[in-house]
Design a protein around this ligand. Sequence first.
Ligand code: SF4
Ligand code: SF4
Length: 302
Amino acid sequence: MSPDLLIAVAAMGGLGLFFAAALAVADKKLRVEENPMIGRVHEVLPGANCGACGYAGCYDFAVQVVEGNAACNGCPVGGQDTADEVAAVVGIESVKSVRMVARVLCRGGRKEARNKETAYIGPGGCSVQNIVSGGNKVCIYGCLGGGDCVAACAFNAIYMNGNGLPAVVDEFCTGCGMCAAACPRNIIEIHPIDRDVFVFCKNHDGPKEANVLCDASCIGCGICARKSGGAISMTDNLAIIDYEKLDPETIPFDKCRSGAIGYLPGRAPAREAEMEESREVDLVKKIRPFSTTGRSIRKEPG
Ligand code: SF4
Ligand code: SF4
């Protein structure tokens, strides 16, 4: 072996040894010991890593809980059981969690929403439809029906119903919010499971347009707001509910022609339920024209 080669091998070996020793010393001196409680909290979390807690994943949430930056009931997927276990590990009193679930705030399905005169032909996903042409429906605020929300749900808690609208299965829904994040029309919101009354529409068009483009749209008339004691305000032609102030007894649900504001199916008191049924019968009987602009109306073909 030539002397030059020997020098090179010795130099590289020496350097290697030097850096290995430096790293070993740095590891000893600079090591930050992890709080073992983090691992124990992490173990009792569901491991979904969905981010519904607002952190990067289950481990990050565990770190934040142990450091006192997140509440023990901050994991919506785990619910009350997980909140109790986390509290036990951290050694604090558990906090009552309100179970949250997804709510679909559009009732403009195939039966109710007017379609454009030219059919959309292209990829079916909602985000693509939204960017390309806004899909088939005239309403630019309504559900596109492509099921991006269904694809986003890791818990099989949402499906497309026969009317082309997503429906949530409360028993499976964890309130993680992945469906809401996937919806390009912001139609899905996460609400406490015991909340009964909603405005099932996101349309901001004026009364004339909204009335024509969908049988289920809020037309911005403001009748529901008038006697609500400030619980309902009209924002850009859409009724918005302040749940802190809402007393459903004061809301004239029967005066809302489209049923845009109302109870969740199966949650209405008897009188409201009857009203809802008769409205559905009316809807089936109705033969409505459709329009691209919401202004010029022509007869539905066939
Ligand atoms: S429907 Fe699925 S994605 Fe949406 S909040 Fe419920 S569990 Fe999460
Ligand atoms: S709710 Fe949103 S994501 Fe789900 S089908 Fe409708 S437009 Fe698509």
